[in-house]
Design a protein around this ligand. Structure first.
Ligand code: PLP
Length: 371
C-alpha cells in the first residue's frame, strides 16, 4: 500500500462521475447564448434558497463579493466596526476593510475553531454594526449566544458560510440563522463551481433587494442607478453547473462524514488530536483538521510519502503583514495563534477510496509513533 499516492483533493474524480450531466448543462448555456445571470442562475437561486431554508438567494461572482455586499446592505461603512475572527481565510476580514469599516477581532474557541461567543460583548462599542462569525472547516459557530448578544445590542449578524454548505446548527441549516449569510462556490469548496462563484442567502426582503441591485451596478431598472453598485453578477455557466452539483451535495456530504468516521477510528490513539464535532453541529467537513505539536515536520514527512496535506491557516489574519495596521500584537489572540501553529488538514473528498483513507492513516500513525 505504501506506493499509493493521495492528493489533498481530486476534482477530476468528481467530474468523471457526473460528466454527462455537467456537459449537458454547459451545452444548454451555449445553446441559450444567455451568459450572465438569466434563467440558469435564477433557477439555481431558487434551488439554493430552498436548500438553505431562506426566502432568497442572490447569486454572485465570488464569496468575497458576497461578504462585501452583505456588509454594505447591513449599512456597514467608514467609522463602523465589525466583530469577526482572525483564524479564518483572509477574505472574512478583507471584506470588512472593503466596506471601509474596522475589523475588531475576537479569539476562537480551541475545540470548535469558531468564534468564542463569551468574548464578544466586551468588544462591542457605539460603533459596532455587525458580528461576522465564520463556520470554519464546515462546522457552524455557536450561533445561539451570538444571536442573543446581537439582538440585545441591535447588531446585524452575517454568517460566513463559505466552507459550510449544508451544515446545520441545532438542526437548522447555516445560511438561515443570521440576518444574512455568505457562501463561496470556489471549485474546492463543498459545493464548487467550475470557476469563481458565490451567493448571499437572506430572508430579509430589504437586504435581498439591496444586494440584488448592488451586484448589478446599483440599478433598479436598466440604466437607472440608485446605488453605487458593482459588477458582481454570476455567470450562467456557473449557475447551470451548480444546479447539477447541488443535486449531489447531500450524498457528497454523507460521503465526507463517512470518511471522517473512518479517519477517527483509524487515528484513535495515534497521538494527534482529532477534530471535534460540537454537540450543536452537523459538521460538513470541508476540511478534516488535526492538531499536533510538530505540525511542520509531519506535513513535510507526509509529503515525502506521497500524501498531500494542507494547513488552514498557517498565519492568523492579525499577524499578516497586510493587516499589521489593525494593531494586534503577537499573543493578543492566543487561541488563534496556537491553532495556526498546530493545525494540519488531511486529504478529504467524497470520492476517496478506503485504500487511500487507510494509507493516510497508516502513514500518519507510523510517523506520529517515531516522534
Ligand atoms: C473561500 C472563502 C471565502 C471567499 O470566497 P471566494 O469565493 O474565494 O471569494 C470567504 N471566507 C471563507 C471562510 C472562505 O473559506
Amino acid at each position: 500500500m505504501a506506493n499509493i499516492k493521495v492528493p489533498y483533493l481530486d476534482l477530476k474524480a468528481q467530474y468523471q462521475r457526473i460528466k454527462p450531466e455537467i456537459d449537458a448543462a454547459i451545452a444548454r448555456v451555449l445553446d441559450s447564448c444567455q451568459f450572465v445571470l438569466g434563467t440558469e442562475v435564477a433557477g439555481f437561486e431558487q434551488e439554493f434558497a430552498a436548500y438553505c431554508g431562506t426566502a432568497e438567494c442572490i447569486a454572485l461572482n465570488s464569496g468575497t463579493s458576497a461578504l462585501h455586499l452583505a456588509l454594505l446592505a447591513a449599512g456597514v461603512g467608514p467609522g463602523d466596526e465589525v466583530i469577526t475572527v482572525p483564524f479564518t481565510f483572509v477574505a472574512s476580514v478583507a471584506a470588512v476593510v472593503y466596506a471601509g469599516a474596522r475589523p475588531v477581532l475576537v479569539d476562537i474557541d480551541p475545540r470548535s475553531f469558531t468564534m468564542d461567543p463569551a468574548a464578544i460583548e466586551a468588544l462591542i462599542t457605539s460603533r459596532t454594526k455587525a458580528i461576522l462569525p465564520v463556520h470554519l472547516y464546515g462546522q457552524p459557530a455557536d450561533m445561539d449566544p451570538i444571536m442573543e448578544v446581537a439582538r440585545r445590542r441591535h447588531l446585524v449578524v452575517i454568517e460566513d458560510a463559505a466552507q459550510a454548505h449544508g451544515a446545520k446548527y441545532k438542526g437548522r441549516p447555516v445560511g438561515s440563522i443570521g440576518d444574512i449569510a455568505c457562501f463561496s462556490f470556489y471549485p474546492g469548496k463543498n459545493l464548487g463551481a467550475y470557476g469563481e462563484g458565490g451567493a448571499v442567502t437572506t430572508s430579509n426582503a430589504e437586504f435581498g433587494r439591496t444586494i440584488r441591485m448592488l451586484r448589478d451596478w446599483g440599478q433598479d431598472r436598466k440604466y437607472h442607478h440608485v446605488l453605487r453598485g458593482f459588477n458582481y453578477r454570476m455567470e450562467a455557466f456557473q449557475g447551470a453547473i451548480l444546479r447539477v452539483k447541488l443535486r449531489h451535495l447531500e450524498r457528497w456530504t454523507e460521503a465526507r462524514r463517512a470518511i471522517v468516521g473512518k479517519y477517527n477510528q483509524l487515528l484513535a490513539g495515534s497521538g494527534v488530536e482529532l477534530p471535534t464535532e460540537m454537540p450543536w453541529a452537523r459538521h460538513v467537513y470541508h476540511v478534516y483538521t488535526l492538531r499536533t505539536h510538530d505540525r511542520d515536520a509531519l506535513h513535510a514527512a507526509l509529503q515525502m510519502e506521497g500524501i498531500q496535506t494542507g494547513i488552514h491557516y498557517p498565519v492568523p489574519v492579525h499577524l499578516q503583514p497586510a493587516y499589521a495596521d489593525l494593531g494586534y500584537a503577537r499573543l493578543t489572540l492566543p487561541e488563534s495563534e496556537k491553532a495556526a501553529d498546530e493545525v494540519l488538514s488531511l486529504p478529504l473528498y467524497p470520492e476517496m477510496t478506503d485504500d487511500q483513507i487507510e494509507r493516510v492513516s497508516e502513514a500518519l500513525t507510523g510517523l506520529a509513533a517515531t516522534r
